[in-house]
Design a protein around this ligand. Structure first.
Ligand SMILES: CC(C)(COP(=O)(O)OP(=O)(O)OC[C@H]1O[C@@H](n2cnc3c(N)ncnc32)[C@H](O)[C@@H]1OP(=O)(O)O)[C@@H](O)C(=O)NCCC(=O)NCCS
Length: 205
């Protein structure tokens, strides 16, 4: 398995990356923003993405986006092809995109939003903390990226203050980083459950 910084030679994988994200969004049902091949191509070309390949086969992908005049970068769009899941690949891609973010944007806060427990666990192990959306970028372009998520109405209804996703932030200047542990255990799981219950009750009303 090769895990490398993407470049123009990987444009041919844009369609399969886009399709894999769309399929996973359908299967999971909890909300993942869709990404068109054109959108993916831009991320493959600009040196801010990581791609994992098994020979010629697409295995995984993640990209960096820069917000608020480089004060924030987001690690977004993490996807592992179903054939390669549960083998530790997402963890390796997450680490690679985190290291690339730290190298290229050493002063930026790194953040992500997710409904996925796996992603929360990985972020936590890298030193991210759960935060409210008020701690994340207020760049409207970032939040526009949520428009293709099935929960976008929740985000709009709450005036962009909260949604089913949990915001997680790595602050390079935070001296009180959570001691890295082998998983966040119950706290992250409880947070995720509380949010899911809260919003699903509201949606049923
Ligand atoms: C989420 C996803 C990226 C995980 O990829 P993966 O390669 O299977 O993950 P890994 O094998 O590296 O596992 C990383 C950690 O997450 C855990 N994990 C993996 N899938 C999980 C799941 N569905 N639920 C809970 N935990 C999970 C693993 O046990 C591991 O934790 P550990 O180190 O404590 O054992 C992959 O399932 C995927 O692409 N899903 C669809 C897209 C998606 O949800 N993207 C995130 C959008 S925010």
């Amino acid at each position: 398995m090769k895990i490398v910084i993407a470049n123009e030679s990987h444009i041919k994988y844009a369609q399969v990356i886009s399709d894999t994200i769309t399929e996973s969004a359908k299967v999971r049902g909890t909300g993942i923003a869709r990404r068109t091949p054109e959108y993916i191509i831009k991320r493959l070309e600009n040196g801010n993405a990581i791609i994992a390949l098994d020979g010629d086969k697409f295995a995984g992908f993640c990209y960096i986006e820069v917000w608020g005049h480089k004060k924030f970068v987001a690690n977004s769009g993490l996807i592992v092809h179903p054939d390669y899941r549960k083998q530790g690949l997402a963890k390796k891609i997450k680490k690679a995109i985190f290291d690339l973010s730290r190298k290229k944007f050493p002063d930026a806060k790194i953040f992500g939003i997710t409904t996925g427990l796996a992603v929360m666990k990985m972020n936590y192990e890298l030193g991210y903390k759960p935060v409210t959306f008020s701690e994340l970028t207020d760049d409207p372009e970032f939040w526009k990226g949520c428009q293709t998520c099935k929960n976008f109405d929740v985000l709009t209804r709450t005036d962009h203050k909260m949604c089913l996703c949990t915001g997680m932030l790595y602050d390079p200047n935070d001296k009180t980083k959570i001691q890295k542990s082998k998983g966040p255990g119950k706290s992250i799981k409880s947070l995720k459950n509380i949010k899911t219950n809260l919003f699903s009750k509201k949606d049923k009303k």
